[in-house]
Design a protein around this ligand. Structure first.
Ligand SMILES: [Zn+2]
Length: 316
């Protein structure tokens, strides 16, 4: 499973008669336009992301089908109960002007979702209407994770190209292909506007700690407690980033380990890597990387020099 975080504006959209027809395809009872709140959101695109991965255009097309009907959660710890929305429309947009960092046409997957205009949802609706930006996090599975240089599937085949390095002038990355499933997606409020309250709540927490050192009992105000809980909620997406980084680091290290020490099984390297701290894995990855580049110096040089004929090396 792959988790992707994208920062896209959530924008309210007016529900047309066509929208209502689509929404009612998902609703148990017939809903009228004034009972629902509809908004648009960017789910993913073909830009290389911070994990050095990108979806190919066919994958976005496939995901547009898979995300239909998926529910979204609003990832606020204190208001997550029952506040769901559902995607009722998806569309792959090809930008006539904008290019991605590879100079290809920028292609993005957009969705429209609806939620019920209930009292519970009123705050959220007001926030979206007020133009507060949200970060959307999507999860999906793909069958193939291809090397951008040679096209090898990184999971089943592996190759000597290293993500983040330049080959023939372009940065090696992974291309996510053939999505097999899309899971829930969630909105996470960008925590900027909460930051002000956080310092204050830390102060309150310190006060409590100091008092308890002295054996005194001190109560925390509801406001401070709620600011702290919000702060924790805001940290959750960052924690997810950390988990994602660790996962991709582990995968990369195992891949390099198999190339550097082919006599050791993948299972063995996986077990070793999973038991280590992130810092140690980074050290081992660098060591494997160096070992691999020493082992394959000729191929690496060829790769660096050739522009579009990288695949030819594998035909020899
Ligand atoms: Zn490759």
């Amino acid at each position: 499973m792959i988790n992707k975080d994208y920062r896209g504006d959530v924008e309210p959209v007016a529900a047309s008669a066509e929208d209502m027809a689509l929404i009612n395809g998902y609703s148990r009872k017939e809903l009228s336009a004034d009972q629902v709140y509809t908004f648009g959101i960017l789910l993913c695109d073909n830009e290389i992301d911070r994990d050095l991965e990108r979806f190919d255009t066919d994958a976005l097309q496939e995901l547009s089908k898979l995300f239909l009907g998926r529910t979204g959660i609003f990832d606020h710890s204190m208001r997550s109960d029952g506040q769901t929305s559902r995607i009722y429309y998806t569309e792959v947009r090809r930008d006539p002007v904008k290019k991605n960092s590879l100079g290809e046409q920028y292609v993005s997957l957009h969705a429209k979702a609806y939620m019920l205009r209930t009292e519970k949802n009123a705050d959220l609706i007001a926030e979206i209407d007020g133009g507060i930006k949200k970060e959307a996090s999507v999860s999906c599975s793909v069958a193939k994770v291809r090397c951008s240089v040679c096209g090898a599937d990184r999971r089943s085949e592996g190759c000597e190209h290293i993500k983040g390095r330049k080959y023939g002038g372009s940065v090696c990355h992974s291309v996510l292909c053939e999505p097999t499933d899309a899971y829930e997606w969630s909105f996470v409020a960008v925590p900027a506007q909460r930051a002000a309250g956080v310092t204050k709540s830390y102060g309150a927490l310190e006060k409590v700690l100091k008092s308890s050192d002295k054996g005194e009992t001190v109560s925390v105000s509801r406001k401070d407690l709620s600011a702290m809980l919000e702060h924790i909620a805001a940290l959750e997406p960052r924690a997810q980033d950390g988990i994602n980084y660790r996962r991709s680091l582990e995968n990369e290290t195992v891949r390099l380990g198999m190339l550097a020490l082919p006599s050791i099984g993948a299972d063995c390297i996986e077990e070793l890597v999973s038991s280590l701290s992130t810092k140690r894995i980074e050290e081992i990855r660098t060591a494997f990387e160096n070992a691999v580049s020493k082992k394959l110096p000729i191929k690496a040089q060829l790769c660096a020099k050739t522009e579009k004929s990288d695949n030819d090396e594998f035909k020899i």
